[in-house]
Design a protein around this ligand. Structure first.
Ligand code: RTP
Ligand code: MG
Length: 141
C-alpha cells in the first residue's frame, strides 16, 4: 500500500457533541497522522465550493446549510492507504447503514448530520486538501 493523504472534516454536529478528541483517537489508532488541521466556521460560499460536485443534487441546499451551521474541524490525514482507511473508519453515509464501531454508527444522527466527511478518491483528496490548506501548512511527520 502507498503512503497517501486524505481530507477529513469533523462536521458541525460532531463538533457540537464535543467528540473531536474521540474521533482523532480513532485516526491515531488506525495509523493515520494529522498533518494539517484547523477549526473553521464555513461560509455558505465556502461550503458550496467544497461540495460543488453535488450542486445539482436535491440535497445540495440542505448540505450547504448544515455544513455552514457551526464550526467544523478540518484535517489532512496521512498514512498507508489513507483514503480508503478513513472511509472505512467513517462507515456508510447513512448512519442507519453504517457498520457497528464506525464513526458514523457511533456519533451520527442522520444522513444529513453524519459527523464526518472523507475524500472518496486520491484525486479528490489532493483537490480537497488544497481547497483548505496551502502546501506550506501541510507537514511531513
Ligand atoms: P461526505 O462527502 O460528506 O464524506 O459523504 P459521503 O461521501 O459519504 O456521501 P456523498 O454522496 O458524497 O454526499 C455528501 C453528503 O450529502 C448528504 N447526502 N444526503 N439525503 C440524501 O440522499 C443524501 N445523500 C447524501 C450527506 O450528508 C453526505 O455526507
Ligand atoms: Mg462524498
Amino acid at each position: 500500500m502507498a503512503l497517501e493523504r486524505t481530507l477529513s472534516i469533523i462536521k458541525p454536529d460532531a463538533v457540537a457533541k464535543n467528540v473531536v478528541g474521540e474521533i482523532y483517537s480513532r485516526f491515531e489508532k488506525a495509523g493515520l497522522k494529522v498533518v494539517a488541521a484547523k477549526m473553521k466556521h464555513l461560509s455558505k460560499q465556502e461550503a458550496e465550493g467544497f461540495y460543488a460536485v453535488h450542486r445539482e443534487r436535491p440535497f445540495f441546499s440542505a448540505l450547504v446549510n448544515f455544513m455552514s451551521s457551526g464550526p467544523v474541524m478540518i484535517q489532512a490525514l496521512e498514512g498507508e492507504g489513507a483514503v480508503l482507511k478513513n472511509r472505512d473508519l467513517m462507515g456508510a453515509t447513512n448512519p442507519k447503514d453504517a457498520a457497528p464501531g464506525t464513526i458514523r454508527a457511533d456519533f451520527a444522527d442522520s444522513i444529513d448530520a453524519n459527523a464526518v466527511h472523507g475524500s472518496d478518491s486520491l484525486e479528490n483528496a489532493a483537490i480537497e486538501i488544497a481547497y483548505f490548506f496551502p502546501a506550506t501548512d501541510v507537514y511531513t511527520r
